[in-house]
Design a protein. Structure first.
Lengths: 428, 248
């Protein structure tokens, strides 16, 4: 079941020569690099969990040898602070609503030497996804893992029918990053639109070749919101997977945060994507293929605060009330034991853990088929907001597409191996 | 140096006679000294002082009884085994593409897979087909020479022409289909079309290359050996033998 994953993981780990740019080449060149952890609202909880954390700077987080976690980094204060800060904002006078969805559609079906990597029921799900997603009233959709051009064409055809504009980057690079942004055409003002596409320098090139042709990156779409005249910058991204590759992921988060913070403070920046790491992991050891239990999860808790720190962002999911990452993680059967997690999704606790937080979880049948018992469930998909001048408000968030659908003879299963994350915003 | 054709009459004689009565010939064609004549080099000879320097030794032709004729058989077997492994590998690859890889037959060809296609197909080519082709070619060359020595009649000129035609055509097809694969795949409406084109041109090209190389090598080996020596029975009043004609 995990053969493709193990093969790719082995390739990734056995090729240190390809592990380029784990430390950013320009580290130290930005003011955010030199901030003490204890002085950053987003990173204080890391300082509390690290040995000598009070002496560490943000730049130290990119050096594995400087990081010794004594305890799980607990983001509870950070999650609560975002909610309280947002609650303190005055209401907007005449806002327009913007319904945003980020969704890893899991349309992955690729081969590389001796291996196939894919999400089950690719053909059935790809036929269903465009029509269903674009009929659900979203104004902005950030999609990940729409890898193939033929699937982009399906989304484009449906977008034309439903009144959406679509951007998926260039043909050559799209098949490497798999990202798509769709915007309801009626919301796009007359002002010039800008598009951008970038691939991260920090990643294991072996994932591109001889792997399944993947090179992580971001796409950007800037437009003027017709109802309000507000300039909005959209970023879709999909950071490197695999818990072992936290360093690449953190460097990518630094790059993405930098791009987000480069815009005018009067503009609104929305970043939607699959970031492949959660804000909180209670135990450092979790997940197994039946042999050794995987460790090192606490390092993965750094991506989330680094995004907030470098981008000047907040997490839409934590704007109305603190996200429930800590509470949901504490509902897991811990410490990890392989057999219960192998035998039943989340060791039989799916019914008691509300589907309101984890976007990647064994409770999703497609996820369980691929990763069952090998990884923590976690909130992997986010909509981050940069809104320095406070022109936006979050009015609702939810997980989407959590229920299995009837695919006829193929059976009943979810639309993707991830759940979608939505945010309903008001913008002035 | 090309020597004009010589005709040597080899008297058919019994092995025993050859051992006892034949007078060994020196390499320069003159009659060699016999071992029964004492020489200063013979330590057993009366008055011998020291072994003579090698240059003063009489040149004696010694034919090794264990030396094997170069029939090319070993090379052909080794080449056949490697080529067989290549065939199995390629078929295995095709089975992988049509099953485990889960390629959607009706989807357009995905360009992202080109690097992996190049990698896996050339890996098999370099590991098996290339060495197999080399060994088979060398084996065919030796086989041609060997069979020429046995007096088998072949139309080497025709074989050479056929070989050149097949090899040139096969290499041309292979190179052209690879060089133009992306435009061809783009023009194809589906993966089925692209992979069928890839594999059809591979098998046709490889078949032509192997057959052409074998023909050409055999014919070349045959022609060269035939030019070196020709064996023909020779009968006359009072003698019978084989006529050897060639370059010496």
């Amino acid at each position: 079941m995990h053969a493709h994953r193990l093969t790719l993981a082995a390739l990734l780990l056995l090729a240190p020569a390809c592990a380029d740019d784990e430390v950013p080449g320009d580290l130290g060149s930005r003011p955010e690099d030199d901030v003490m952890l204890i002085d950053s609202p987003a990173l204080q909880h890391l300082a509390a969990a690290l040995q000598d954390g009070e002496t560490l700077r943000v730049s130290d987080l990119f050096f594995a040898e400087r990081l010794r976690f004594d305890a799980a980094p607990d983001p509870s204060p950070l999650l609560a602070a975002q909610a309280s800060e947002h609650a303190g904002l005055p209401p907007l006078a005449e806002p327009a609503t913007l319904k945003v969805l980020t969704y890893n559609v899991g349309l992955l079906n690729r081969w590389y030497p001796f291996t196939h990597v894919g999400v089950p029921y690719y053909r059935e799900r790809r036929a269903e996804a465009p029509g269903r997603l674009l009929a659900d009233g979203w104004d902005v959709l950030f999609l990940q893992e729409a890898w193939e051009l033929v699937d982009v064409e399906r989304f484009a055809a449906e977008a034309e029918r439903q009144g959406y504009a679509i951007y998926a980057g260039s043909k050559d690079k799209h098949v490497q990053h798999g990202l798509v942004i769709l915007v309801r055409e009626a919301l796009i003002g007359a002002a010039k639109q800008e598009f951008g596409e970038e691939q991260f320098a920090a990643q294991r090139e072996i994932e591109l070749f001889p792997g399944p042709g993947i090179k992580r990156g971001l796409i950007r779409w800037s437009f003027t919101h017709a109802p309000t005249g507000r300039r909005i910058h959209l970023y879709a991204t999909h950071l490197t997977a695999f818990p072992e590759l936290w360093q690449e992921r953190d460097v990518q988060a630094r790059v993405l945060g930098g791009r987000a913070s480069s815009h005018d403070d009067e503009d609104v920046v929305l970043i939607g994507g699959d970031f492949n790491a959660g804000p909180y992991y209670p135990d450092d050891r979790f997940g197994s293929t039946g042999e050794e239990v995987l460790s090192g999860w606490w390092h993965n808790a750094m991506m989330y605060p680094l995004m907030l720190h470098y981008g000047g962002l907040y997490d839409s999911r934590s704007a109305l009330q603190p996200a429930d990452d800590v509470a949901r993680m504490q509902q897991l059967l811990l410490p990890f034991a392989f057999a219960p997690y192998r035998d039943e999704p989340l060791a039989g606790r799916c019914a008691s853990i509300p589907a309101d937080t984890f976007t990647g979880t064994d409770c999703n049948s497609l996820y369980f088929q691929q990763y069952g018992a090998t990884e923590y469930p976690a909130r992997l998909d986010y909509i981050f907001v940069r809104d320095v001048a406070r022109h936006a408000r979050v009015v609702a968030t939810a997980l989407e597409y959590t229920e299995p659908l009837d695919f006829g003879a193929a059976g009943a299963f979810e639309l993707s191996d991830h759940y979608g994350q939505s945010a309903t915003l008001q913008i002035e | 140096m090309v020597v004009s054709k010589l005709l040597l009459a080899v008297v058919l004689a019994a092995p025993g006679e050859e051992a006892s009565g034949a007078s060994p010939a020196a390499v320069d064609g003159t009659e060699a000294a016999t071992s029964t004549s004492p020489t200063p080099a013979d330590p057993a000879a009366p008055g011998a002082l020291v072994p003579a320097p090698p240059a003063t030794r009489p040149a004696v032709v010694v034919s090794s009884p264990v030396r094997r004729a170069k029939t090319g058989r070993g090379l052909l077997i080794a080449g056949g085994v490697l080529t067989g492994l290549g065939v199995v590998g390629r078929i295995g690859l095709e089975v992988f593409w049509s099953t485990a890889a889960q390629i959607v037959p009706n989807d357009p060809f995905a360009r992202w897979s080109t690097a992996n296609l190049v990698f896996v197909t050339n890996w098999n080519n370099l590991m098996f087909f290339g060495p197999g082709l080399g060994l088979l070619t060398a084996g065919a060359y030796r086989r041609g020479g060997h069979e020429a020595g046995l007096g088998k009649l072949r139309d080497a000129r025709r074989m050479r022409l056929v070989g050149i035609g097949l090899l040139g055509g096969g290499l041309g097809l292979w190179a052209l289909s690879r060089a133009l694969f992306l435009p061809i795949a783009d023009a194809c409406p589906s993966n089925r079309c692209a992979y069928t084109t890839l594999e059809t041109t591979f098998w046709v090209g490889a078949g032509a290359i192997f057959a052409g190389a074998a023909h050409l090598a055999y014919a070349t080996g045959y022609s060269r050996a035939a030019a070196r020596v020709q064996v023909a029975p020779s009968l006359g009043p009072g003698f019978a033998g084989l006529g050897l004609t060639g370059r010496f």
